[in-house]
Design a protein around this ligand. Structure first.
Ligand code: NAD
Length: 354
């Protein structure tokens, strides 16, 4: 198959592309604007593969999207391009509306025009797959899980923009008959994760001997999924999922933020003990909470397990060990980012009510 991956230079997109290059015969076109979050070196392992190609372009540019569709003629559009960091959405929500809402609208309109130009056989094979987040469902109390039918209740500019794009995608399915798929996934982690996100941020700051900032009391809960398991889920959905359906994807690995930070410190204590022999956990410091910080997210992934026989292959303990070791072994990848585009400073406080 030919698969157009928007946002393929990002964290999850690049994991998907590396997987498709290494484990399938599919052809891939990465369509990416290369914002601060687009990191071409994450695609370095696949650049010489003849089944891989790249175009630098913006999803909000209708002509550029139309051109890529006409030239590449994809069977699958895996739409991952987005602004993805909640803290940045607090400081600058406009970019999130533009990229996530308007950009998805442009992708849908262009995909529909392209879809209508296909013959019946090609139409039957075509899928527009929107990659979304569990954050659209809002915040849970101590009990319960998000299912595919949980009502939407987004609370941050990021999750509101993703909820909007999910609604647009379903509307293009219902109204125009575009064969769409939606996946809502929990928090990902793993290699090539941009240093602004909790897990790489903590690893990098720990190695630099800096304070490890934990928002509030550290008891907010997220369900963590190793990124390669997410990439396998995406492939299962666009290859075998039923058009019009939504699939929740999760790791069944709920952890409090403070537990995540302590788990990273424990791996580092073993793998790269501090020179003074004291534990990395001594660097933990609690900082003022994120405004509107959702309490708990947790996913019921039984539908994708049952219907597509997907399940995570890594426990959180295995995944966090692999991830910490990857950051130890690939310092050049993240040191370039820290030196040039993001120096691990605090984001997302600009409009805090307190
Ligand atoms: P990321 O921020 O690492 O990557 C986003 C990519 O999109 C970058 O390569 C960037 O250059 C590109 N991009 C941004 N704006 C663009 C534009 N206007 N035109 C073309 N390309 C553009 O994001 P990620 O963490 O890999 O997330 C990918 C998708 O998965 C997003 O849609 C996100 O909402 C969703 N998601 C993420 C998580 C997570 O834990 N990271 C969980 C569930 C869902």
């Amino acid at each position: 198959m030919r698969i157009l991956v928007t946002g393929g230079a990002g964290f999850i997109g690049s994991a998907l592309v590396r997987q498709l290059m290494n484990h399938t015969d599919h052809e891939v076109l990465v369509y990416d604007k290369l914002t601060y979050a687009g990191v071409l070196s994450s695609l370095e392992p696949v650049v010489s593969n003849p089944r891989y190609s790249f175009v630098r372009a913006d999803i909000t540019d209708p002509e550029a999207v139309a051109q890529a569709l006409t030239d590449f003629k994809p069977q699958i559009i895996a739409h991952l391009a987005a602004e993805s960091h909640v803290d940045r959405s607090i400081d600058g929500p406009g970019e999130f509306v533009q990229t996530n809402v308007v950009g998805t609208y442009v992708m849908l309109q262009q995909a529909l025009g392209y879809y209508r130009s296909l013959d019946d056989q090609a139409k039957a094979a075509f899928r527009f797959h929107h990659i979304s987040t569990d954050e659209v469902f809002g915040s849970l109390g101590d009990e319960g899980l998000f299912t595919e039918t949980t009502a939407y209740d987004p609370r941050s500019p990021y999750s509101a923009s993703k909820a909007s794009s999910d609604h647009l995608v379903r509307a293009w399915g219902h109204t125009y008959g575009l064969p769409i798929l939606v996946t809502n996934c929990s928090n990902n982690y793993g290699p090539y994760h941009f240093p602004e996100k909790l897990i790489p941020l903590i690893i990098i700051r720990a190695l630099n001997g800096e304070p490890l900032p934990v928002y509030g009391d550290g008891t907010n809960v997220r369900d963590w999924l190793f990124v390669d398991d997410h990439a396998r889920a995406l492939q299962a959905v666009f290859e075998r999922g039923t058009p019009g359906e939504t699939y929740n994807v999760g790791g069944n690995a709920e952890r409090k933020n403070i537990e995540v930070v302590r788990a990273i410190c424990a791996v580092l204590d073993r793998e790269r003990p501090r020179a003074d022999g004291s534990p990395y956990a001594d660097q933990i410091t609690h900082v003022v909470d994120r405004p509107g910080h959702d309490r708990r997210y947790a996913i019921d992934a039984s539908k994708i397990r049952r219907e597509l026989e997907w399940e995570p292959t890594k426990t959180f303990e295995e995944g966090i060990g692999l991830t910490v070791r990857w950051y130890l072994d690939n310092q050049e990848w993240w040191q370039t980012i820290v030196a040039n585009s993001y120096a691990t400073e605090r984001l997302g406080k600009a409009h805090a009510r307190d």
